[in-house]
Design a binder for this molecule. Structure first.
Ligand SMILES: Nc1nc2c(ncn2[C@@H]2O[C@H](COP(=O)(O)OP(=O)(O)OP(=O)(O)O)[C@@H](O)[C@H]2O)c(=O)[nH]1
Ligand SMILES: [Mg+2]
Length: 390
């Protein structure tokens, strides 16, 4: 039976492997932070990602003045640059503190990344709003990025410690210098400051600027946009359910000791990754898992078999492919909803995620209900097709 600790150990290890494989296969977007020293670059990245990545992430200096932050479980690379000192002379000093030296650094980094086929996708250029000034250096560097054909957003940071009029003035200067007003954003560490184009808009703009293959990773990496996270999981669920029913002509061997199939494990790994709950990968022997898995295995599969005459028998080791598809759909949907619930709760200040909130005592019941709705959907589609064929 899957309930014994050896099986839950195997389950956790296997889930871990699927999760790693999925994470490693994701195409990580690269975001470059630029701007003067202390303009709020690192803080901005943490605000958009809605988690502490810069400074607290495991940063690796890649070239003088640039640190790449990439946290294993969050598929994004934040290239955080040391800002230039606005007071330094244009020619710069040996430490590379002038805007000229800074630009050379940026330019060589960007072309180097292009050569490595790991191009920088977008640039967030920070200007401190309380500084009340857009300098020539800011405009030169922004123009330089545009000449390199890189999407660049100008962000007026620390908007909470300045007045709205100052932000409007700075915005005018940027627009006057040829920047589209849609590319100017404001940010504030204080979430209660009213801002028209703020962090959510910068997130949305960035999402749209990314290549298709990197959008998925961006959604996963940011602790926001739960609507897209939920939809992403629904897509994975549909694909996994279709995959589980692929050998529809021959029954799949499916004993109660192997009620969780590799397709379902892969799906669980993806869902936990999307919701940034990968810490639940190491649940070997966890009490919750010991209680829940047999429930999922026996109750759900057992009930499904009763529901579908001629589907085979769990005890006999044979299960119908459509049962496997329904079960995969039910398991994925119940898990997706549970993850959504705990993340929303944490976002609303309801404390950290707890696996028992996701996989509680009624989890098996939900899996069964969703599996049933999948069956009805599939029958509806089949019925429609039959009707069309007549
Ligand atoms: N009040 C307020 N302070 C902010 C905001 N953003 C950043 N700060 C503060 O401004 C200072 C600089 O912020 P950082 O994010 O470290 O700026 P940086 O551009 O990364 O700095 P360097 O890496 O040194 O160039 C810190 O003390 C932040 O706490 C904000 O929106 N509001
Ligand atoms: Mg910084």
């Amino acid at each position: 039976m899957i309930a014994d600790s050896e099986d839950t150990g195997k389950f956790a290890n296997s889930l871990n492997e699927h999760l790693e494989k999925f994470l490693n296969g994701l195409d990580r977007p690269r975001i470059l932070l630029a701007g003067a020293a202390g303009s709020g670059k690192s803080t901005l990245a943490n605000l958009v990602l809605n988690r502490e990545v810069c400074r607290t992430g495991s940063g690796k200096p890649v070239t003088r003045g640039i640190i790449e932050y990439s946290v294993p479980d969050f598929p994004v690379v934040v290239c955080d640059s040391e800002g230039y000192e606005t007071g330094a002379s244009f020619a710069g000093d040996a430490a590379g503190n002038s805007s000229q030296a800074y630009w050379s650094l940026m330019e060589s980094y960007i072309s180097g990344q292009d050569d490595l086929m790991e191009p920088v996708d977008v640039i967030w250029y920070c200007i401190s709003a309380p500084g009340s000034r857009v300098t020539d250096a800011d405009l030169r560097v922004i123009q330089g990025f545009r000449d390199l054909r890189k999407p660049v957003a100008a962000v007026l940071t620390q908007a909470d410690v300045t007045c709205e009029d100052t932000c409007q003035e700075l915005r005018k200067v940027l627009v006057g210098a040829g920047l589209d007003g849609e590319l100017v954003f404001e940010s504030s560490r204080d979430p209660f400051v009213r801002i028209d184009r703020g962090i959510p808009e910068l997130y949305e703009w960035t999402f749209n600027m990314l290549e298709e293959s990197r959008r998925e990773s961006f959604v996963i990496a940011c602790n926001r946009d739960y609507r897209r996270k939920f939809e992403l999981c629904r897509t994975y669920i549909r694909i996994a359910a279709a995959g589980a029913s692929a050998p529809a002509l021959s029954p799949i061997p499916f004993s109660d000791a192997a009620v969780i199939t590799p397709i379902q494990l892969g799906l669980m790994g993806k869902i936990l990754t999307v919701w940034n709950l990968s810490e639940f990968r190491n649940l070997a022997g966890a009490a919750t898992l010991d209680t829940v898995l047999p429930l999922v295995g026996k109750t759900v599969a057992g009930n499904l078999l009763k529901m579908i005459p001629g589907a085979g028998s769990v005890l006999g080791g044979i299960i119908n492919a459509s049962v496997a598809a329904s079960l995969t759909y039910g398991l994925g949907t119940a898990l997706n909803e549970g993850c959504h619930y705990v993340c929303q709760k944490a976002l609303n200040g309801g404390g950290l995620a707890d696996f028992r909130d996701i996989v509680g005592s009624d989890f098996a019941k939900k899996v069964f209900e969703y599996a049933g709705s999948y069956r009805r959907m599939a029958q509806g589609v089949a019925g429609e097709q039959d009707g069309r064929g007549k």
